[in-house]
Design a protein around this ligand. Structure first.
Ligand code: PLP
Length: 426
């Protein structure tokens, strides 16, 4: 066996992996052309101009058609998509919203922006929300569950939907990291009441910034349109919405997507299948090769019987945090940047959330006098505390070559052999 680079051997790769920006690394001529068209038509706004290019409309139609869901709305960001989704559902002051312990800050942040309070639910070996832990955190002030398929791995939706139905609460899918994920053959985002996507740089497809909301429910959709555009509905014919603004408008905001962003995202969305197919292929090859050599190696669990993950990351679960750290350090030395997610910490351990600090007076909305007060303790979600420091992620870019994949397998093999031999940490 060759020596790992961290022990003085030659690194498996002579340069770092390509950056993990799946959409951005395949951005090119198509995006440039459509964006130029919008710019040269002097038509950067989606709703009016002398020569409309309707790029956001085209993006929305493409999302609807591909994901088999009647309504899609482009917005300015993933955070905006969550806010618009919650406002469409009428969530606000005095409400609680369940969010998974393992998520990006934007998920609980959007809940707070809607004047509601996030309640953290524990996770399981999928590293996503554990449906079996929902009952524990539910009370009558909870109005919705936000599920978050983290880093391309689907959430076990059936038990989540069954639970939500039994309590008559809504399910929001935060698809920010997982555009293209499926569960039992259905696209993530189209399974709950409303789905929220991000198209920020780090996500599966990107316009730099951007987001989208999808739903099957026309009433929810109308409210989403209104909230994202100052309370009003334009281009009503497109949806057959005839409720007069005088009667139905409420105070909204501006989360409208620009038509330049729409043009870029329309072309990015056209590339989604290609991006996902490539990531899935590399993911499967690497996982298979390592499983054969290291039968004791544990990967994060995919709760979908059809394996609907998108392969953007391969998730490992080591027996200890020490083993995960050693793995990451040794892999870095091989020029293969595996890493912990969010420093191995649940979102509620982040200072602002933990201390319930907001920009508002008296830390509104955390000051709401709930019957069961929401308090975050260090060990609020014990499984998240156990699992997250033991997890390591290998990013898989859509542009990996066969040689990249071979080098990743070679590097991981050296490192895992050495871990197994030195300390029996595997
Ligand atoms: C990135 C992200 C968001 C926020 O998306 P933005 O477009 O950056 O606002 C929300 N939720 C999750 C899980 C994310 O990863």
């Amino acid at each position: 066996m060759k020596k790992p680079a961290i022990e003085g051997g030659t690194p498996a790769r002579n340069k770092p992996l390509p950056p993990n920006y799946p959409g951005a690394v395949v951005m090119g001529q198509e995006e440039a052309e459509f964006a130029s068209k919008v710019i040269l038509a002097q038509s950067p706004f989606r709703y009016y101009s002398p020569d409309p290019q309707s790029a956001v409309d085209k993006l929305e139609n493409a999302i609807s058609a591909k994901m088999n869901i009647p309504y899609a709305l482009g917005v300015t960001s993933g955070t905006a998509s969550l806010i618009v989704a919650m406002k469409a559902l009428g969530i606000g002051y005095g409400d609680k919203v369940i969010v998974p312990a393992n998520t990006f800050l934007a998920t609980p942040g959007a809940v707070v922006c809607c004047n509601a309070v996030p309640v953290f639910c524990d996770i399981d070996e999928s590293l996503n929300l554990d449906p079996a832990a929902l009952e524990q955190v539910y009370d009558e002030d909870v109005k919705a569950i936000i599920v978050v398929p983290i880093l391309g791995n689907p959430v076990d939706m059936d038990p989540v939907l069954a639970f939500a139905r039994s309590k008559n609460i809504a399910v929001i899918e935060d698809m920010a990291q997982s555009c293209g994920v499926t569960y039992k053959g259905q696209y993530g985002g189209t399974i709950g009441n409303i789905g929220a996507f991000s198209f920020q740089m780090n996500k599966i497809i990107t316009g730099g910034e951007g987001g989208a909301v999808v739903t099957r429910d026309l009433d929810l959709f109308e409210r989403a349109i209104r909230y994202h555009d100052q309370g009003i509905v334009r281009h009503r014919d497109r949806y057959g919405i005839d409720s007069p603004d005088e009667e139905f408008a409420f105070v909204g905001q501006n989360y409208r997507m620009s038509d330049i962003t729409g043009a870029v995202l329309f072309e990015q969305f056209n590339k989604l299948d290609e991006i996902v197919a490539s990531m899935r292929r590399s993911h499967a090859i690497i996982k298979q090769a390592l499983s054969v050599q290291f039968p004791e190696l544990q990967f994060r669990n995919c709760p979908d019987p059809d394996d609907g993950q998108i392969g953007s990351n391969l998730g490992f679960l080591f027996p200890s945090a020490e083993a995960a750290n050693k793995f990451n350090q040794a892999m870095h030395a091989e020029n293969i940047g595996t890493h912990a997610l969010y420093a191995g910490k649940p979102a509620y351990r982040t200072a602002a959330i933990f201390n319930q600090r907001t920009a508002d007076k008296d830390n509104f909305p955390f000051n709401y006098p709930f019957k069961n007060p929401v308090i975050y303790t260090e060990d609020l979600c014990p499984r998240a505390i156990d699992l997250l420091p033991r997890a390591a992620f290998l990013p898989i870019a859509p542009t990996l070559t066969e040689q990249d994949v071979e080098e990743i397998i070679e590097g991981a093999t050296k490192v895992l052999h050495s871990l197994r031999e030195q300390a029996r940490v595997l």
